[in-house]
Ligand binder design. Structure first.
Ligand code: ADP
Ligand code: MG
Ligand code: MG
Length: 929
C-alpha cells in the first residue's frame, strides 16, 4: 500500500505542522474547532520531499489519493470538479512548516474552462463575476504554473481598461472580461506554443507540481537562507474549495492580525476589500479599507469575525494572522497562523500575554528574539515607509541614519557645526577620521569588514554603519559616489540601515529607540532566570553609564588605547612611542649598574661601577628622548587618571576590567607610505627644516614596521619591553581608584594583561606591576580591592591555562584574537576575501567571528576553564570578544559555566535575554561564581 500522502482538513490538527505545514495545520485546526472553513485537503511535506527525491515525479499513490480526496470535497460541497453545470473550483495553496509570506505560490479558481465557466454563471447568475474569475485564473495559472511574465497580462488588462474608459477592475463589464479571457488565452498560446490546458484534472496536476517547484524558487531559497530555515522541510500543498469574495458588494476579502503587528497593541488590525478576491488585498491594485470599515459595512460579519479572532488567539496563545473571505454575506476563514511582528510588538505581546494569563514568563522570554531587542535600541527606519535601496553592504553597526553625504571628516565636522546631519562616506576609515565619525549620524564605507575601523568605532559609538559596500564607486576628488548609474554628490541626502546593510536614497522616517516599560519588565524576568552575569565593554564613562542603564553588572573590557587616540593625546602618545626604545635602553643601563653596585661580583670594582653609573646617569640626563619619554608619560598619567576616575564613579560598586595597552605601536603613528610621499615631495621642493623633521620621523616609523603587526610587538610584549608604559597605566588606575574611593564609592579594578602566551610573561609583567600597585597604595595609606588577570587570546594560553591561572585571578576570553590565532587567519583580510565564500559554500558553517566556533575555539575555551579552575577554584572567567554579545555564543558560554559575558553597551539587554534563554534551554547546576 502506498504511503498516506493526503490528509483531509478533518483529519489534521495544529500539532501536525511538520507534516501538513503551518497553513494546512491551521485550516485543519479551525475545521476541528467548528469554524466555517471551505472543505479541502493537504498534500504532505513528505510528498514534496519525495517529489524532489525522485527527480520531480509525483510519488506512487499521490495522484490517486488526490482524486479520492477531491471526491470528498465534491460530496461536501455538492459540486463536481469539471462539471459544466455545477462546477467545483479549488485553490491550490503552498504552505511550509514555517510561514514564508509571499515566497511561494498559490493558484485560485482552478477548474475553470470554457464549459465550466457557464456552470459558474448558472450557479451564481452573475456573468461578470464568472468571467472575472476565469480571467484571474488564466492570469495566475499562466504566471505561476506556465512561467509567463505576468506583465503581459497586466498590460493587456490596463489597455482594456483604457479602451473602455474603466477606472478600476470592478468597472469592467462581463463582456469586457469575456474578451479578456480570449486574449489571455491567446497570450498563453503565444508564449507556450500550446493552448491553455482546459482539462481541470490536468490543471490540478500542473498546479500541484508548480507549488512543489516553488519550494525551490530563488525567493524561497533566499528567504530560508536568511532565516536559517532548513531546505529539506518541503512545502505542503493545500487544495481547497473556492469561496468568492468578488460576488458583489455583499462579498469581500481581508487579512487581519489579532493584535497590531507594529506596536503590539491589543486591537484587531487589518484591511478588507469589498467585492474582491484574496490576492487583491495585498497586490495593491485597489486600496483596501481598514478592517474597522467592515464593522460599518457588515456589522454581523464583523462581530462574528472578531469572535473567531479572539477564539483563535486564545487557542494558540499567540497573535494570529488571519485571512477571511465573505461570500454573499457569509464569512469563511481561510487561514490562521502566528503573525510576523516588529520587535516592539514582539516584546509587548509577550509581556501582555503573561499579564493576561495566556502564557508564563518562561514562554514570554522564549518568544522574543534577542536580536529584536537590539533593534529596539537603535533609531530605526519606520517599517511602514517605502524606501529606495540603491546598494547593500555589511550590516556593521545596527540602527538607521539619515543625512547629507559627506566625503571627508573635516567637511563632516564643519557641516555638523552648522547643525547639519551628515553621513560620512569613505572608502574606509582610520583614526584620522574619528572626529568626522563622532559628529556623523552614520558611517558608510566601500571597503572593510565587520572589524574594520569604521565598524568597530561605529559600534563603540552606537552609531549605525554600513561597511564594505563594494558597489559604491567613491570619487573623493569629485566628492561623489556612483552606484548602478546613480550619482550621489556631497550634500545629497542618503540614509543607511546598519541593521540590514542597506544604503537608501533620500530621507527615511526614523523611529526613536526607547526601553519601553514592557521591555524593562521582560528583561527583569530574564534576570530572574539567567545564570550568567552580563557585563559590558566600555571605554568611556558615557558608555559605561549607558551600559549600567541597560543593566550591565560590570565592565568586562575597558580598552585604554582608545583614550590614546583622542586628538589631545595623540601627540603625547607619538612622542612617547618615538622615544620609547632609546629612553628604555638608558633606563635599563642605569638600573643594571645600580643593581650591580648594590651587589657587586668579586671581579667588579665598585669604584669603577660607581663611575660607570654616574656616566650612565649623565647620558640619560643629556638625552632629549629620555626627557620626552618620561615627560609624555607623566602627562598621559594625569589624563588617564581622570579617565579612570570617570569610569570608576559611574561603575560604583561594580567590577571594572581595565586592559593595559594592547595594539602595535605603529597604529598610533602616521602611515609609512604617507610619510614617504611627503618626504619625497619635500625633497623635490627642497624644504630643509621640515624635511629633516619628516625624515627623522620616517626613519623611526620605518624602524618600527612589522610584517605581521597582529603577531608582532604588542600586548604584554610591549609592557615587558617598555615597562614604564604599563607602570604608568597601573599608577593611573590606582590613583584614580584611591580618589574615587575617597569620595565614598566602591571601586573594584581588575587589571588585565593582554596577549599572554607563556606563564613567564604574566609573571614578569605582574611582579613589576604589583610593585607599582603596592607603592601607590602604601603612599596613600589606603587599600583597594583589586585583581590581576589576563586575557586568553592565543591558543598557548588556553592550553597552559593551569599554569597561567597560578598568576591570574581572572581569565577573560578575547575571542576575536583567539579565533584569529586558532584558525590562523586575519579577520580583516579574510572577511573581504574568502571567508564569506567559505560560509556561502558551506565550507564553514558560520562566520566564526560572528558565531563562536564551538568545535575549535570552543574546545580551547572548555579546556582553559577546566584547567584554570583546577588550579584556582575561584577563578573568575568571562568573555570580552564580540561573541559576548552574540546569542548563540552566549548559550555556549552558559554551558561552559563562565561567570559572565561582556558585550557592547547596546547589546547588554540582548545578552540578558540570550543568557536567560540559554538557562531555560539548559539549566546548569550551580557553578563556582
Ligand atoms: P499566501 O501564503 O501567500 O498568503 P495563500 O495560499 O494564503 O497564499 O493564498 C493567497 C490568497 O488567496 C489569500 O488571500 C487567500 O485568502 C486566498 N485564498 C486561498 N484559498 C482560497 C479559497 N479556497 N477561496 C478563496 N480565497 C482563497
Ligand atoms: Mg495567506
Ligand atoms: Mg586581543
Amino acid at each position: 500500500m502506498a504511503k498516506k500522502w493526503v490528509y483531509l482538513f478533518t483529519e489534521g490538527n495544529a500539532q501536525m505542522r511538520d507534516l501538513l505545514g503551518g497553513k494546512g495545520a491551521g485550516v485543519a485546526e479551525m475545521t476541528r474547532a467548528g469554524l466555517p472553513v471551505p472543505p479541502g485537503f493537504t498534500i504532505t511535506t513528505e510528498a514534496c520531499n519525495a517529489y524532489y527525491a525522485s527527480g520531480r515525479q509525483f510519488p506512487e499513490g499521490l495522484w490517486e489519493q488526490v482524486l479520492e480526496a477531491l471526491k470528498v470535497i465534491e460530496r461536501e460541497t455538492g459540486k463536481r470538479f469539471g462539471d459544466p453545470t455545477n462546477p467545483l473550483l479549488v485553490s491550490v495553496r503552498s504552505g511550509a512548516k514555517f510561514s514564508m509570506p509571499g515566497m511561494m505560490d498559490t493558484v485560485l479558481n482552478l477548474g475553470l474552462n470554457d464549459e465550466t465557466v457557464k456552470g459558474l454563471i448558472a450557479q451564481t447568475g452573475n456573468e461578470r463575476f464568472a468571467y472575472d474569475a476565469y480571467r484571474r485564473f488564466i492570469q495566475m495559472f499562466g504566471k505561476i504554473v506556465l512561467g509567463i511574465d505576468p506583465e503581459r497580462f497586466e498590460r493587456r488588462l490596463e489597455e482594456k481598461k483604457r479602451q473602455v474608459g474603466a477606472q478600476a477592475d470592478t468597472d469592467l463589464t462581463a463582456e469586457h472580461l469575456r474578451d479578456l479571457v480570449e486574449e489571455f488565452k491567446r497570450i498563453v498560446e503565444e508564449e507556450t506554443g500550446r493552448p491553455f490546458p482546459s482539462d481541470p484534472y490536468e490543471q490540478l496536476r500542473l498546479a500541484i507540481q508548480a507549488v512543489f517547484n516553488s519550494w525551490m524558487n530563488k525567493r524561497a531559497v533566499d528567504y530560508r537562507n536568511f532565516h536559517k530555515i532548513p531546505h529539506d522541510l518541503g512545502t505542503a500543498v493545500n487544495v481547497q474549495a473556492m469561496v468568492f469574495g468578488n460576488m458583489g458588494w455583499d462579498s469581500g476579502t481581508g487579512v487581519a492580525f489579532t493584535r497590531n503587528p507594529l506596536t503590539g497593541e491589543k486591537e484587531l488590525y487589518g484591511e478588507y476589500l469589498p467585492n474582491a478576491q484574496g490576492e487583491d488585498v495585498v497586490a495593491g491594485i485597489r486600496t483596501p479599507k481598514p478592517i474597522a470599515a467592515l464593522k460599518e459595512d457588515m456589522p454581523e460579519v464583523y462581530e462574528q469575525f472578531k469572535r473567531y479572532a479572539e477564539m483563535l488567539e486564545r487557542h494558540y496563545r499567540d497573535m494570529q494572522d488571519l485571512e477571511f473571505t465573505i461570500e454573499r454575506g457569509k464569512l469563511y476563514m481561510l487561514q490562521t497562523r502566528s503573525g510576523k511582528r516588529s520587535a516592539a510588538a514582539a516584546v509587548k505581546i509577550a509581556v501582555d500575554m503573561v499579564h493576561e494569563g495566556l502564557i508564563d514568563k518562561a514562554e514570554a522570554l522564549k518568544r522574543v528574539e534577542p536580536e529584536q531587542i537590539e533593534q529596539l535600541l537603535h533609531p530605526q527606519i519606520d517599517p511602514r515607509a517605502k524606501v529606495q535601496v540603491i546598494a547593500r553592504g555589511l550590516n556593521a553597526s545596527p540602527g538607521a541614519a539619515t543625512g547629507k553625504a559627506v566625503f571627508d571628516a573635516d567637511r563632516a565636522e564643519a557641516l555638523a557645526r552648522q547643525g547639519e546631519k551628515v553621513i560620512l562616506v569613505r572608502p574606509e576609515t582610520n583614526p584620522d577620521d574619528v572626529h568626522g565619525m563622532l559628529v556623523a549620524q552614520g558611517i558608510l564605507t566601500a571597503r572593510g569588514g565587520a572589524t574594520s575601523h569604521a565598524a568597530v568605532v561605529a559600534r563603540g559609538l552606537g552609531k549605525p554603519c554600513v561597511a564594505g559596500c563594494e558597489a559604491l564607486q567613491i570619487d573623493l576628488e569629485k566628492r561623489q559616489f556612483t552606484v548602478d548609474g546613480i550619482v550621489v554628490k556631497e550634500g545629497d541626502v542618503i540614509s543607511i540601515n546598519g541593521s540590514t546593510g542597506e544604503v537608501i536614497l533620500g530621507e527615511v522616517p526614523l523611529i526613536e529607540p526607547e526601553l519601553s516599560p514592557e521591555l524593562r519588565e521582560l528583561l527583569s524576568w530574564a534576570d530572574e532566570v539567567r545564570q550568567l552575569q552580563v557585563w559590558a565593554n566600555a571605554d568611556y564613562p558615557r558608555d559605561a553609564a549607558k551600559a549600567r542603564e541597560y543593566g550591565a553588572q560590570g565592565i568586562g573590557l575597558c580598552r585604554t588605547e582608545h583614550m590614546f587616540f583622542e586628538p589631545d593625546r595623540l601627540p603625547l602618545v607619538r612622542t612617547m612611542i618615538l622615544a620609547a626604545a632609546e629612553a628604555t635602553a638608558l633606563d635599563r643601563a642605569v638600573a643594571d649598574l645600580e643593581a650591580a653596585l648594590a651587589n657587586p661580583r668579586p671581579d667588579q670594582d665598585p669604584a669603577r661601577l660607581q663611575q660607570q653609573l654616574a656616566e650612565a646617569r649623565r647620558r640619560r640626563e643629556a638625552s632629549e628622548a629620555w626627557h620626552a619619554y618620561h615627560d609624555s608619560l607623566r602627562r598621559l598619567e594625569v589624563i588617564q587618571t581622570e579617565d579612570f576616575k570617570g569610569i570608576f564613579r559611574v561603575m560604583d560598586g561594580l567590577p571594572v576590567v581595565i586592559r593595559l595597552l594592547d595594539p602595535p605601536l605603529h597604529e598610533f603613528l602616521p602611515r609609512y607610505e604617507d610619510l614617504l610621499v611627503e618626504v619625497t615631495e619635500l625633497r623635490l621642493k627642497g624644504d630643509g627644516a621640515e624635511l629633516a623633521e619628516k625624515e627623522k620621523l620616517l626613519r623611526a616609523v620605518a624602524g618600527m614596521r612589522e610584517a605581521n603587526p597582529m603577531l608582532g610587538l604588542r600586548g604584554c610584549r610591549l609592557g615587558i619591553l617598555f615597562p614604564a608604559i604599563y607602570e604608568m597605566q597601573v599608577r593611573a588606575i590606582f590613583r584614580a581608584a584611591i580618589a574615587v574611593q575617597a569620595e565614598g564609592k566602591v571601586v573594584k579594578p581588575e587589571i588585565m594583561i593582554p596577549l599572554v602566551g607563556h606563564i613567564n610573561e604574566l609573571r614578569v609583567a605582574r611582579e613589576q606591576l604589583e610593585r607599582v600597585a603596592q607603592a601607590v597604595q602604601a603612599e596613600a595609606g589606603v587599600t583597594i580591592p583589586y585583581k590581576f588577570g589576563t586575557m586568553i587570546e592565543v591558543p598557548r594560553a588556553a592550553l597552559t591555562a593551569d599554569e597561567i591561572a597560578q598568576a591570574a585571578e581572572f581569565f577573560s576570553f578575547g575571542t576575536n584574537d583567539l579565533t584569529q590565532t586558532t584558525f590562523g587567519i586575519s579577520r580583516d583580510d579574510a572577511e573581504g576575501k574568502f571567508l564569506l565564500q567559505y560560509v556561502e559554500r558551506k565550507i564553514l558553517p558560520q562566520n566564526p567571528f560572528q558565531v563562536l566556533d564551538r568545535d575549535g575555539v570552543g574546545k580551547l575555551m572548555r579546556w582553559a576553564v577546566e584547567q584554570g579552575r583546577q588550579t584556582r577554584p575561584d577563578l573568575e572567567v568571562g568573555i570580552c570578544g564580540e561573541h559576548g554579545g552574540d546569542p548563540e555564543s552566549i548559550a555556549f558560554c552558559h554551558e561552559l559555566g563562565l561567570n559572565y559575558v561582556s558585550a557592547s553597551p547596546y547589546r547588554v539587554p540582548v545578552a540578558r535575554l540570550a543568557a536567560a534563554q540559554a538557562a531555560l534551554a539548559r539549566p546548569l547546576v550551580a557553578h563556582t561564581a
